[in-house]
Design a protein around this ligand. Structure first.
Ligand code: ADP
Ligand code: 5GP
Length: 189
């Protein structure tokens, strides 16, 4: 049976980097493309990183019950997983990888139970988070402050996840994740 792998973390913890690595490992994994009402950042393309929608279009889809889960992560900035996206990937027999916020991650885990593995990526510290976000250079200082304010709150969700992986040393973290996910996909359900 196809599996679901859920990644959540405070912004800047290295989740996208680790997910990108995992997707390149030939494990029959498909990235679940979320919908969002925020604007594309850097090189992001519609239908690749996200389905970019206006806040109005996003609200219409909520009203039509098209989301498995959604969150208003920042004011008027919606993020959500479309049921159609997950159903399509599972029907193909692919394992699905999610990059979602903590609440969304726990909601998906609740829906799929043992078919899903929820992984929390823990940053070494909030200070290191700030350094990484500044170095990444994709967010304005105000946006970085906002993300950090949320980070400590998000870290309080870690114990509710199936596993927590600390992304201190990248090589170690990526090997730990590769093993966790490979073993989970192999398990018979
Ligand atoms: P997220 O998706 O969690 O917001 P990113 O994957 O974009 O985070 O990582 C934030 C920044 O930190 C990126 O510039 C990335 O290259 C860097 N980074 C990721 N993992 C590590 C690590 N273990 N050590 C140092 N820098 C890292
Ligand atoms: P970013 O703007 O950096 O791409 O993402 C901001 C936050 O929204 C991240 O924590 C990311 O994981 C989360 N996110 C992305 N897609 C979804 C989704 O479909 N559902 C939920 N609940 N959160 C999401």
């Amino acid at each position: 049976m196809a599996k679901l792998i859920i990644f959540s973390a405070p912004s800047g913890a290295g989740k996208s980097t680790l997910v990108r690595y995992l997707l390149s490992q030939g494990l029959n994994l498909r990235f679940s493309i979320s919908a969002t009402s925020r604007k594309p950042r850097g090189e992001e393309k519609d239908g690749r990183e996200y389905y970019f929608l206006s806040p109005e279009a996003f609200r219409e889809r909520i009203a039509r019950n098209e989301f498995l889960e959604y969150e208003e992560v920042y004011t008027n900035k919606f993020y959500g997983t479309l049921k159609s996206e997950v159903d399509r990937n599972l029907a193909e027999g692919s394992n699905v990888v999610f990059d979602v916020d903590c609440v969304g991650g726990l909601n998906i885990k609740k829906i799929y139970g043992d078919q899903a593995l929820s992984i929390f990526i823990m940053p070494p510290s909030v200070e290191v988070l700030r350094e990484r976000l500044e170095k990444r250079g994709t967010d304005a200082p105000q946006v970085i402050d906002h993300r950090l304010a949320k980070a400590e709150y998000e870290m309080s969700f870690a114990p509710q996840f199936d596993v927590t992986v600390c992304n201190d040393d990248y090589e170690r973290a990526k090997n730990e994740i590769l093993k966790l996910v490979t073993d989970f996909i192999k398990e018979e359900r």
